[in-house]
Design a protein around this ligand. Sequence first.
Ligand code: GDP
Ligand code: MG
Length: 713
Amino acid sequence: MNRTENISNNSARLTIALCGNPNSGKTTLFNVLTGSNQKVGNWPGVTVEQKTGFYKQDKGVAIVDTPGIYSLSPFTVDEQVAHDYLFGGKPDLIINIVDSTNLERNLFLTTQLAELDIPMVVALNMLDEAEQKGIHINTDKLQRRLGCAFFSISAAKNIGVDGLMKYCITQKPAQRIPLRYLARTESTLNAMMSTLNVPNKRWTAIKILERDKNFIKSVKTDISKAQSIADEYFRQNPSLSSTDIAEQRYAQIEKIVSDCRTLAVRNVKENARRITDKIDKIVLNKWLAFPIFALIMTIVFYVSVGGLGEWLSGLISERLTPFLQQTVSGWLKSANAPWLSSLVVDGIMAGVLSVASFVPQIMLLFGFIAILEASGYMSRIAFITDRLLNKIGLGGKSFVSMILGCGCTVPAIMATRTIKNIDERNATITLTPFMPCSAKMAIISFFTAKLLGGNAIVAVSFYFVSIVAVILGGLILKVLHRKKNSANDTFLMELPVYRMPAPLNIIKQMWERGKAFLIKAGTVIFTASVLLWLLQSFDWQLHMVDADRSMLASIGKTIAPLFIPLGFGHWQFAVATLTGIAAKETVVTTLEILISEGMLASYVSPLGAYCFVIYNLLTIPCVASISASFTEQGNAGNGLLSMVFQLSIAYAVTLVLYQAGSLAVKHTAIFIITGCCMAIVLVLCLSVRYLAKHKGCNYNCSHCPHRAECAKK
Ligand code: GDP
Ligand code: MG
């Protein structure tokens, strides 16, 4: 959790809320202002709850980063967070961050914010990009039209930010001028406002006129008079619908934009998207999209988990760790206390260093994920997977969570707040922990290097098994929910233009992830290592004994039989699956402490090792993630069901893999023949289905009952 998250802003003399569309640069500005390191990304859904920090140059000013919203009508949990904050948290001032390269769309929210009773200043962000694209915005004209002050800034390049803040802190923001609608609408609004006794009168009247049921329900005071005026308005103008105000708003924005913006090149708007469209033509192509995606992800994991990452990790585990252990062991010899040397060298150092050696791989993986996010490709991944995921009751937004889950399950679970459909959201929370988080990557690398021939393809295969588990889990959940229709959370994520990732941002995110991992190694893993050492060094009578007769061994031996059918029946492995609940890295730590160097292969076969990794990838996640799952599902029953589900899938998938794998090893020929037979049966089934579909029409589409479908294809 980030240090800025829970800071109370009660002590602040001035509270400023950063509001704007997703991707407009709110978090980037927040980081510049507070010196914090919140996650930024070129895709919506990165910030899902508000974060508070203090302005670096004046600690009396609190800055609140809110999730991105397109309008003030909330649809999803994160939009609700932003909405509730504005209406309930009462910031003293709003800085509305606007993407200057996308003025029309961003001004929709700006004009809505201007209708609230909260002072506002508008920051026209991405000045650098706008200049590059030949877009010039006349801030004076905008100021005259909308009343509030407009500042051109670049949050990423820290241009114009000081001027903006100086104005916010020292000047009293001018009165805003809300949009003027048509005369008939204005007079109705005025009549409604005179009957209302609520804050944000104009906004409330507009919402009543827009017949926004959720908003109307949330108003606590009597608004019946205003509602009858609205009803009368629609009676007198029967051709109007509840979208009338939005239409008038758009028309006005169009006029304002054409008055206040000049484009250096004709058709610059199209030019701005030209390169993006060119790239999208290839990466979103019907046939190329998935191969390109698979290729990119394989390269990412190949370089970070195998290749370079493995080489760097090897330097730490093979050179640095033995050197440090020998040095410390030498120092402790003089203390003449073998137990101390055992605790420090075999317990703490073996545990902590075994985990620390994975830092390079984790940092590399995060560097790649940060590049994919910042460039805008991550939104495309969500887009191309949306239709596919719909088939298993999930959507593109679930995929965003899954990708975040490759880093850490906790923020991934929180990112599900952008999902509107409750079933889809709970399913995503249950399935996201199947993705190999950075801690599980430690398990993958450890076993790949020690028992699976260091083969990077094997390492990548774990990611594919995780994806298969997500698909399988999604299908089962869909059947359990008996959903006739697939996910109905319409995919509304916009595809941002491609941007060159800022190297400094990438390095910052890599550093943050590496640091978080090291801090965990220094705290949770340190404590777990000490505890494990104690449990494996003493028996229940607290006598120092061999590991085989220790407390840990007796716990492990009780549950170990459960894992025999999965291929890892030794008690050390049983214990490792349990300690993994504290933090997944502890699985590796436990085995390093319990099994002497070089002896691992005598405890488990390569197939058993593979299955052990799979079981740990799919079983219940660490406590932090379990707690996030309970909180986000808002219901202990659902949280528990998720855990039972994860445990069952982990057990079933591993059981099938091990048993099928053992058969394949023993009876390779029979296995290949059975596999071929199954493939033939599958092809036959598909052909029969195809023929049945086209039966009686001789493939002549004009007679086929499915011709409409075919025509679409
Ligand atoms: P948020 O969704 O509003 O919080 O937006 P973020 O702060 O996460 O930024 C979205 C993307 O815009 C990131 O890739 C940023 O690096 C990029 N960005 C933010 N501010 C600027 C800017 O002033 N210029 C440019 N070129 N990119 C920016
Ligand atoms: Mg953000």
